[in-house]
Design a protein around this ligand. Structure first.
Ligand code: TXE
Length: 498
């Protein structure tokens, strides 16, 4: 069997992983078996680590930070490691995409595209490592000179979710490394394989031992212990708003570690009558169906100009019906499986709630039976009112709720009528409308006549209850630094004691 065939069929037996500690694999722990959400077949076995394993990983990261073997390198030397990692990822792209698909259920073609994005993250991180700098104050008078230094914050804990296991990891790791920090990663227990594989990639790229460690296990044990750990200087958490809140409490109750949080979203897509309706409908269909709607930036609230609402919903429903839902290992699949049974139940229960609250299903509205795995048809609800559960809660599935507006002010008010502020999109050919809406809707990422566009140069993160801080790009590297003011007296001191 050639590699292409192998990477399009299920493995003969689940692949067993160790965890990644101080630059090497560690084994001998009880194992967690993960079944492919698209097929219901066991695909991986990953260790159920103990809190003692976590302590060992934090100690390794601490040692690697304090010995200056990474933080003490020049930006150019760190960049060289990151660029080598990008090259290795390019070589191992199809293999990493394959394991991502098996654990997550996303389509294989999409997964390969995501790995390409991850490679770009390492390249941008390399550039940022060389450009990271502080500031100076030449304005303090002839007797004093001020420098503002950026120093790596230290040991970082990184907790990631299951929806984009490798992409969310790579939107953080290269930037954490660029800053000179070391880290302990705790991936979601159901999608740990590719975070573990990155350990091998980084070792081959020449990253010193102990700089990148991965400890696998449940959120309640390993995740919680990482958030409470007194020797972790900063924690970056991506996941649900509820756990995000507990992370804030844990940080306060332990050592006030610095936090970066990327939490939920209920993101608006606003379509004006003067938009290219075909383009906007394609964007709306993509925005809610990509990754089965299991995206923090999914555009799940359609806010459409009343004058074109019926026409637009009809175009959109027709497009959503044509989305190819199917086996994640099939090249033609556009939307794969729902990643966990719990998430599948959550989405179906919201679809039931939407129907019970009186919203009208224009397309979808049910599970798709493919004989194995969990699949849900991209769903469009019309006639949604702002008080309905499907209008307010993050469903995290392919379920789009449609509202209408009469004026630009009303569109902005509806867009902001949420506790979240992660992303938003506006579709209009009028520059005044597009810019006014972009400036007044409170969201960390904004798209004008496009959706989910961009690259790792651009920062990402949320307003309001969608989180704290920014990841990626130069902003992302700065997030993992502390700022220090250095004051230098020039010449003879003016004495206090006369
Ligand atoms: O997330 P959790 P879940 C949202 C989405 C989804 C819901 C639940 O609405 O339906 O969250 O998903 C670790 N201390 N998002 O339950 O539990 C856990 O092991 C420390 C949005 O999977 O927040 C995993 O590694 N860590 C989101 C990570 O936290 C803990 C992406 C996320 O899991 C922990 C995912 C604890 N007490 C879900 N409990 C986005 N913004 O993209 C769990 N974890």
């Amino acid at each position: 069997m050639d590699q292409r065939t192998t990477l399009h069929s299920l493995p003969q037996a689940p692949r067993e992983f160790g965890f990644w500690l101080d630059g090497a694999w560690e084994g001998g722990r009880p194992l967690f078996e993960r079944a492919s959400p698209g097929h219901g077949v066991a695909v991986t076995l990953t260790p159920k680590c103990t809190v003692a394993d976590l302590d060992a990983a934090v100690a390794a990261a601490r040692r690697a930070f304090e010995d200056r073997g990474w933080a003490g390198l020049s930006g150019a030397e760190r960049a060289a490691v990151l660029l080598r990692a990008a090259e290795i990822l390019r070589r191992r792209r199809d293999e990493i995409a394959y394991w991502e698909v098996l654990e997550n259920g996303k389509p294989i073609a999409q997964a390969r595209g995501e790995i390409d994005h991850c490679i770009a993250c390492f390249e941008v991180g390399a550039g940022a490592a060389r450009l990271l700098h502080g500031d100076s104050f030449n304005s303090l008078g002839d007797g004093l000179f001020g420098m503002v230094l950026r120093e790596p914050v230290g040991v970082v804990g990184l907790i990631t979710p299951w929806n984009f296991p490798f992409l969310i990891l790579c939107e953080r790791v290269p930037f954490i490394l660029a800053s000179g920090c070391t880290m302990v990663v705790k991936p979601s227990e159901v999608t740990s394989a590719t975070s573990l594989m990155l350990g091998e990639v980084l070792a081959e790229a020449g990253l010193p031992k102990g700089v990148y460690n991965v400890v696998t296990g449940s959120g309640r044990t390993i995740g919680q212990a990482l958030t409470e750990h007194p020797d972790v200087d900063m924690l970056s958490f991506t996941g649900s708003t509820g756990v995000g809140r507990s992370v804030v409490h844990a940080a306060a109750d332990s050592n006030f570690k610095k936090l970066g949080l990327e939490l939920g979203g209920k993101n608006p897509i606003i379509v004006f009558a003067d938009a290219d309706l075909e383009d906007a409908a394609d964007g709306a269909a993509f925005g809610i169906s990509f990754n089965t709607g299991q995206c923090c930036v999914s555009s799940s609230r359609l806010i459409v100009d009343r004058r074109v609402a019926a026409e637009f919903e009809a175009i959109l429903a027709a497009k959503m019906k044509r989305i190819v839902v199917g086996d994640p290992l099939d090249e033609a699949t556009q939307v794969g499986a729902i990643t966990t049974d719990a998430q599948n139940q959550t989405i179906l229960s919201y679809i039931d709630k939407g129907k019970a609250e009186g919203a009208k299903v224009l397309t979808g509205g049910a599970a798709i039976e493919l004989g194995r795995g969990s699949y849900i048809a991209p769903t469009l609800f019309s006639g949604v009112t702002p008080d309905m559960a499907i209008a307010r809660d993050e469903i995290f599935g392919p379920v789009l709720s449609s509202f209408t507006f009469n004026t630009t002010d009303e569109a902005i008010r509806l867009a902001n009528d949420t506790v979240y502020g992660l992303a938003a999109s506006v579709w209009s050919k009028n520059i005044d409308t597009a810019l006014t809406v972009s400036r007044r809707v409170r969201a960390g990422r904004f798209w004008v006549n496009c959706i989910m566009a961009g690259g790792p140069e651009m920062p990402l993160g949320g307003f309001k209850q969608s989180g704290w801080g920014r990841e990626a790009g130069v902003y992302g590297v700065e997030e993992y630094t502390q700022v220090k003011s250095v004051h230098v007296e020039i010449g003879k001191r003016s004495h206090w004691i006369k």
